[in-house]
Design a binder for this molecule. Structure first.
Ligand code: NAD
Ligand code: UDP
Ligand code: UDP
Length: 454
């Protein structure tokens, strides 16, 4: 018994105790068990560090080999977030279809670049740490949907917006959430914040709005982007620029690939936006090359969905509002010009994959389905009112004749592609517009009608 106590003691103590025990020591008969345990205890005592290292190695091996837990893996997180969006905007059967399509994309992506690099494997029992994220222009149409996704994912979001085209209503549902902040600020002024990521969306997107004060538009794109890049540089944040398909101008290459340099009129009425975004891309790449800022560039093609400004002048919002109000749909020019229309949840998914992935871009983010404006008017008729009239108006200056993204790069490197077709997405936007224009709640009936007839 005594000898057991001696072994547990510290070395110095052991020595003196050992001396004492030597004095009174009377040999005991050899016990076979003691013969085995003694060396083990010796090794335990003398090689403690080695055992600690072995323990760590075993634990690491277990974490690395076991599949991620039911607690948030990047995949389940994204799928849950999609479920939230789907529950808000999609009728149930549609939501299931879209989700199953989306999860195919995610699972296919498991071996590839996309989300694995984004969040890494989250070990059993560990929660993903929320990021601090600034979304400039977060009270606008696209920004507010992005904010919803980031908040649902568990991040803390600061929206910076001057409310030129954005609305507090778009983010009102987050007020009171401790992980949400709303700052009225114009990005042409310097901004001091501490965050991990910056999604830079601040800029009016509708031609009607960006032509309203062209000098302000170019200042927002150039000075505003410079300030947000300066912020990213100072705090070491990752920066994502929402550029546009307008950088291709009136394209001479169709569909548009990211390597195409475009055909832009530098002195036209659209150039405050087109050239502004081109300069914003230039600044972004120069901060990347020159100052080592981690950047991402998305070239967004026409996007539509709930929360678009009802009277913001873009074609989808115009046609939908006009058809609902029983006004003729205004087709500019001969209506043969083409655009590709992307549903907003697809865009948000693409932006988040781009931000979390390893690639700078630029990446085209758009739906490759191509429609003439006359075809779009027909889809709106099918969805809202078969008797909706069409009225021709003179076209605007420098209106691009065609537009269709080549999304091979985003498919390959981000594992991303749109899941919502125009005929599926339009009814979801119509429901939101109907509610905002008439304040009624006939949505579900109309939605199911629209989904079955399309
Ligand atoms: P939007 O007009 O609805 O949102 C823009 C937001 O930026 C608004 O909330 C507005 O108030 C804010 N803003 C504008 N100028 C600002 C300034 N100087 N300081 C602070 N805030 C400012 O437009 P959207 O459709 O949500 O577009 C978002 C981004 O995506 C824009 O950068 C746009 O160029 C780009 N984009 C959109 C589309 C599309 O089809 N929606 C297509 C291509 C590119
Ligand atoms: N800037 C900002 N917030 C910051 C850091 C910089 O708004 O936290 C602005 C700054 O006012 C400047 C711009 O970003 O106008 C570019 O900053 P940078 O440091 O790159 O350039 P410099 O200030 O040296 O010209
Ligand atoms: N357009 C239209 N009727 C409208 C608004 C726009 O026919 O009421 C046309 C416009 O001429 C352009 C296309 O729709 O060819 C897309 O315009 P939008 O303003 O939505 O976006 P753009 O791609 O031009 O930035």
């Amino acid at each position: 018994m005594g000898s057991e106590l001696f072994y547990r003691g510290h070395d110095d103590e052991d020595e003196t105790q050992q001396q004492k025990s030597d004095v009174v020591y009377t040999p005991k008969p050899n016990k076979p068990l003691l013969l085995i345990t003694r060396p083990i205890r010796y090794v335990l005592r003398e090689q403690r560090l080695i055992f600690v290292f072995i323990g760590i190695a075993i634990a690491t091996l277990i974490f690395a080999l076991l599949p991620s837990s039911s607690s948030p893996s990047p995949y389940t997180k994204f799928e849950n977030d999609n479920a939230l969006i789907a529950n808000t905007y999609f009728p149930s059967s549609e939501s299931n279809r879209i989700l199953s399509q989306k999860s195919n994309v995610y699972h296919e992506n498991r071996g590839g670049m996309g989300l694995i690099s984004a969040g890494g494997k989250i070990p059993l029992g560990l929660k993903r740490k929320g990021l601090r994220i600034v979304v400039t222009g977060g009270a606008g149409f696209v920004g507010s949907h992005l904010v919803d996704r980031l908040i649902n994912r568990g991040d803390s979001v600061i929206v910076v917006d001057n409310f030129f085209t954005g609305r507090k209503e778009n983010v009102m549902h987050h007020l009171g959430n401790p992980r949400f902040e709303l700052i009225r600020h114009d990005v042409v002024e310097p901004l001091l914040l501490e965050v991990d990521q910056i999604y830079h969306l601040a800029c009016p997107a509708s031609p009607v709005h960006y032509k309203f004060n062209p000098v302000k538009t170019i200042k927002t794109n150039v000075v505003g982007t410079l300030n947000m890049l300066g912020l990213a540089k100072r705090i070491g944040a990752r920066f994502l620029l929402t550029s546009t398909s307008e950088v291709y101008g009136d394209p001479l290459q169709h569909p548009q690939v990211e390597t195409y340099w475009g055909n832009v009129n530098p002195i036209g009425v659209r150039s405050c936006y087109d050239e502004g975004k081109r300069t914003a891309e230039t600044l972004t790449m120069d901060y990347h090359r020159g100052a080592g800022v981690e950047v991402r560039i998305a070239r967004i093609f026409n996007t539509y969905g709930p929360r678009m400004g009802i009277d913001d002048g873009r074609v989808v919002s115009n046609f939908v509002a006009q058809a609902l109000r029983k006004e003729p749909m205004t087709v500019y020019g001969d209506g043969k010009q083409t655009r590709s229309f992307q549903y907003v949840s697809d865009l948000v998914e693409g932006l988040m994959r781009l931000m979390e992935g390893e690639h700078v871009g630029p990446f085209n983010l758009g739906n490759p389905g191509e429609f003439t404006m006359m075809e779009l008017a027909q889809v709106v008729q099918e969805t809202i009112d078969p008797n909706a009239k069409i009225e021709y108006r003179p076209n605007t200056e420098d209106d691009p004749h065609k537009r269709k993204p080549d999304i091979s790069k985003a498919k390959e490197l981000l594992g991303w592609e749109p899941a919502v077709s125009l005929r599926k997405g339009l009814p979801l936007m119509v429901s939101d517009f109907r509610q905002r224009i008439f304040g009624d709640h006939k949505d579900s009936a109309d939605l199911s009608m629209a989904t079955t007839t399309s």
